[in-house]
Design a protein around this ligand. Structure first.
Ligand SMILES: *[C@@H]1O[C@H](CO)[C@@H](O)[C@H](O)[C@H]1NC(C)=O
Ligand SMILES: *[C@@H]1O[C@H](CO)[C@@H](O)[C@H](O)[C@H]1NC(C)=O
Ligand SMILES: *[C@@H]1O[C@H](CO)[C@@H](O)[C@H](O)[C@H]1NC(C)=O
Length: 658
């Protein structure tokens, strides 16, 4: 009877040992938990921060006797973890591992490496008797890791026997859904061992998925009997190396010979809120920072209001129809960095020109600021500008649109990276163009001007053809700019002073006298332009000897002496085509004839340049009839007015026209 009782008692004890089971829905008590890591330990709010080793303090019996052939019991465990990086911009540091170890903790290992499980000399050693499931956030080539976000089954070392990218299977899914181990969100892990079938299953799921997914992420047939001893310890391990990353265990359940009890999510502790640590700092630093911010905010607001005011643009009903061609002042202000001096490209006949980049489209633009007094004529002028915007030709600078403010009209053009032709011609230019480049520009400008005269639904008189109005694009094509702008003066404020607009040296005599513009006045200016390009000088240079001041007179006298080539730009050297230079110079004389009717049309100019027709005999030319001399001598009053209108700086007046 007594013996029987003793036997029953022994069986009960054995059974109790086999069926060890525990559950921590949070670690409030910290009971039976052992840990060695620096900075570890039970936290106030019931979670474990893992650095070093955190183990169940009691030994766990895994088999009936100590022989290595003795079979391991089935066991299962489940836990909830979260890996959080304080500074998400730096790499996350290592993850953590669930471990079954022959010792409480891992004495003798390198705490800062290898999940705190091994040291350099025992990696992969059979005598370790270590089973682990790693949650690895680093891809170490040393251990043939598949990626930096995987789960692996490790036996005695870190070369996982099997591993998979973190994820979980949903019902009937063929591929697991991905999970990020370092997301900072709590996730649940199940580790199960079937002692009879010798099978290890590892399953992962976000905590929001209530039940364990039916298909495990990792399933491995592996007999753990030779690996594990009779008495083992279970727990978690992480290296102490990464300071920025925190690894938390929120709850843990374990059972020998059976299914571990499920954790109750509602009872699990909450993760500390990111930045909670800084709460106390708020009082020390927060208040002054807030005060300063408030001041800054006020300043910003004031600046904003002032800028708003500065940006206020004129918009009248009639302008609404121009929709896409109208730019917002703010947009242009931003594009040109507030019309910053560093972006000023130059001061042209009508005002300052700035370079800019449109904030949204990143298109490079040139913005011309023209001052105006809004009032009579503005409507017509803007209408004209907008209609000029529809002109499209490869030898015209494309007008993209406009914007109007009180006292200011902004015209937006395509940006021409190589700038004005003028700077390659006069005043000992740093870079000059060779003849073939010049000839191409000459033909290009002719084609652009021809398009203005005859290629469009209405005749457009340019009114201000000159080298400084020809811009060079990326491929050094000449493009005419500022077309139609001279009209702005005609629409200007002082009707007394503005009936002539144009530039001294390019004004056809009849234009200077009457103020009337025609296609022929453009042809005259084009002729002067030809001389500029071929001779590399301004049309009027007052510092020269009397007979040389007026370029066209000089070319005429060269021609008269039978050596027109003498007038060419000496910078050309010997690298030019004699026939072409001669053609250009003679054509220039033809274009600048006194009688408008005697000048060729742009269509004919094109034909001469292409060689489709030959130039007429020039023997009828007489020097006294050179148009420019006329303008220079007799049209001086009108010329003064032209300057008043087009704001040409005084210095350029002295050195001749611009
Ligand atoms: C361990 O011993 C008990 C009692 O003898 C037996 O019922 C059980 O099957 C054994 N377990 C294993 C895995 O050998
Ligand atoms: C490595 O760790 C084992 C225990 O896990 C220990 O016995 C051994 O001395 C350690 N080796 C070194 C070089 O630290
Ligand atoms: C492990 O997963 C397989 C399916 O992949 C399943 O058949 C087996 O029952 C699982 N074993 C355990 C112990 O959950």
């Amino acid at each position: 009877m007594f013996v029987k009782l003793v036997i029953i008692l022994v069986v009960l004890v054995v059974a109790a040992a086999e069926d060890l089971s525990f559950i921590y829905n949070g670690f409030e008590s910290g009971e039976n938990i052992w840990q060695d890591g620096p900075g570890g330990g039970v936290m106030v709010d019931g979670l474990f921060k893992i650095t070093g080793h955190t183990f169940y303090a009691e030994p766990v019996t895994f088999k009936n006797d100590s022989s290595s052939s003795s079979e391991i019991f089935s066991f299962s465990t489940t836990f909830v973890f979260a890996i959080r990086s304080e500074d998400p911009t730096v790499s996350s540091g290592h993850g953590l591992a669930f471990v079954i170890s022959p010792t409480l903790g891992r004495p003798g290992v390198l705490p800062s490496k290898y999940f705190g499980l091994f040291n350099g000399s025992n990696l992969g050693n059979m005598n370790n008797h270590v089973f682990a499931v790693e949650l690895d956030t680093i891809k170490s080539t040393e251990f043939n890791d598949i990626d930096n976000n995987h789960i692996g089954i490790d036996i005695n070392g870190l070369n996982s026997v099997k591993s998979a990218t973190a994820g979980y299977y949903v019902k009937d899914g063929r591929y697991p859904r991905k999970l990020s181990l370092v997301s900072g969100n709590p996730m649940k892990v199940w580790v199960e061992y079937d002692g009879t079938r010798k099978q290890i299953n590892v399953t992962l799921a976000p905590i929001s998925v209530g039940k364990k997914p039916r298909i495990p992420l990792l399933s491995l047939k592996y007999d753990l009997s030779p690996v594990l001893n009779k008495i083992m310890y279970v727990g978690f391990s992480a290296s102490t190396g990464s300071v920025n990353t925190f690894r938390y265990i929120l709850g843990w359940s374990f059972r020998m010979n059976g299914q571990a009890q499920e954790l109750v999510p509602s009872q699990l502790p909450k993760l500390p809120r990111i930045g909670d640590k800084k709460l106390s700092k708020l009082l020390t630093y927060g208040v002054p920072v807030m005060a300063v911010s408030l001041v800054l905010l006020t300043i910003c607001l004031v600046v904003f209001i002032i800028r708003r005011k500065k940006c206020a643009e004129l918009l009248e009903d009639w302008e609404l129809e121009y929709g896409p061609q109208r730019f917002k002042y703010e947009e242009l202000y931003k594009a040109t960095k507030g019309f910053g001096k560093e972006l000023l490209l130059g001061v042209g006949g009508f005002g300052e020109v700035y370079r800019g980049i449109l904030p949204t489209s990143k298109i490079e633009i040139a913005v011309k600021r023209v001052s105006h007094k809004s009032g009579q004529g503005m409507k017509e002028f803007v209408a004209e500008i907008v209609s000029l915007g529809r002109l499209r030709h490869r030898n015209l600078v494309q007008l993209l649109g406009y914007c109007r403010r009180n006292g200011e009209l902004l015209l937006v053009y395509d940006y021409m990276p190589n700038g004005s032709l003028e700077k390659y011609l006069y005043n000992q230019p740093k870079i000059t163009l060779n003849w073939s480049q010049r000839f191409r520009v000459i033909k290009g400008v002719a084609s652009g001007l021809f398009y203005l005269h005859e290629g469009w639904e209405q005749v457009v008189i340019h009114r201000d053809v000159k080298a400084s109005n020809v811009l060079l694009d990326q491929e050094l094509n000449g493009r005419l700019g500022d077309f139609g702008l001279a009209r702005l003066c005609a629409h200007g404020t002082d009707p007394q002073a503005t009936h002539v607009a144009g530039t001294l040296g390019y004004l056809a005599p009849e234009h200077a006298r009457t103020g009337r513009v025609t296609m022929s006045t453009d042809v005259f200016a084009y002729g002067i332009f030809l001389l500029e390009v071929a001779c590399g000088r301004r049309p009027i240079e007052t510092q020269r000897p009397e007979e040389d001041i007026v370029l066209v007179d000089r070319v005429f006298s060269c021609w008269n002496r039978g050596n027109i080539l003498e007038a060419r730009d000496q910078n050309l050297g010997n690298d030019f085509v004699v026939e072409e230079v001669e053609l250009v110079l003679k054509l220039a004389l033809l274009c600048t004839r006194l009688q408008p009717a005697a000048r060729p049309s742009m269509r004919e100019v094109m034909q001469y340049l292409k060689g489709d027709i030959d130039l007429p005999d020039l023997s009828f030319l007489r020097p006294s009839l050179s148009g420019l001399a006329f303008a220079h001598d007799e049209g001086s009053d009108d010329v003064e007015m032209a300057y008043q209108c087009s704001y040409v700086p005084e210095s350029t007046l002295l050195s001749g026209g611009r």
